[in-house]
Write a protein that binds this ligand. Structure first.
Ligand code: MLT
Length: 266
């Protein structure tokens, strides 16, 4: 693990493996960079793979409030620390919201944008209200109940039936996240703006990984957004919900590899 220390990010840590063009994998919520453990070894055969722990997750810390834009800035700091001026950035869900903010702020550094079960939309009012209720529950000490209730919803029906032990492992991973981080991430997601216009102005290829059963980044919504950019790649995964890196990692590896090779002209 490599860690950078700045005033804004007291400890900003990331993993780096492999050689070749830079590929950044940004985790979602309630996760850390270890989420990508099943796909990193294969991708490291072709790329320099950078896997951050976003501020507040894993080994990375934060002070004050946290915004999606702060998280995008943290990605830029990591690229600067590595002397990388062009990368493909793949973001899972909240990591995708971060990748959109990165695209808005550092467009010239993007060789490609991969949205893994993510969306350019903001939260609607109903979603914001649900998040506020969860924050209130966690503030009253209900973190465990919250993680236990939300985690199974990230997986397809079939996967839940076949691999209950993976769901339990995910619950344990979610429980490692401090309550303050969960609250900070939820507030950051509530406050994020819609970033659909990023897509129509994208001068880099855009990839969408879509789970047919995903209710957080539903296929119908992604179908609309995927029409907005010029060079678009869409892969729809049957029997997958929100977690292809665990539900169908082989297909995800293949799709990420193909897309990133295309972005770097190989
Ligand atoms: C995630 O996987 O990052 C979250 O489910 C995203 C969200 O709650 O919008």
């Amino acid at each position: 693990m490599i860690c950078i220390r700045t005033e804004r990010f007291p400890n900003l840590c990331y993993r780096k493996t492999g050689n070749g063009p830079a590929f950044v994998l940004v985790h979602g919520f309630p996760e850390n960079g270890d989420l990508w453990r099943k796909v990193v070894p294969a991708l490291s055969e072709s790329f320099t793979v950078i896997v951050p722990d976003l501020p507040g997750a894993g080994e990375s810390t934060f002070t004050g409030d946290l915004s999606i834009e702060d998280m995008a800035d943290s990605l830029n700091l990591i690229l600067e620390n590595e002397g990388i001026d062009k990368a493909v950035v793949a973001g899972h869900s909240m990591g995708g919201y971060t990748a959109f903010a990165f695209a808005e702020r550092f467009k010239d550094k993007l060789a490609g944008l991969s949205l893994v079960h993510s969306t350019a939309s903001a939260d609607d009012e109903e979603k914001k209200e649900t998040r506020r209720k969860s924050i209130a529950l966690i503030e009253k000490g209900g973190k465990d109940a919250f993680i236990r209730q939300m985690t199974p919803n990230l997986f397809s029906k079939k996967f839940k039936e076949e691999y209950p032990e993976v769901i339990e492992q995910q619950v344990k991973r979610g429980l490692q996240l401090p309550a303050e981080s969960i609250i900070a991430f939820y507030k950051a997601m509530i406050n994020r703006p819609e970033r659909v216009s990023i897509l129509s102005s994208a001068n880099y290829p855009v990839q969408w990984i879509v789970g047919k059963e995903d209710t957080i980044a539903p296929p119908e919504k992604i179908a609309e957004q995927s029409k907005l950019s010029d060079r678009t790649f869409v892969s729809v995964y049957p029997d997958v919900s929100h977690m292809s890196m665990l539900e169908d990692e082989k297909k995800l590896i293949e799709d990420l590899k193909k897309f990133t090779s295309y972005c770097f002209g190989n």
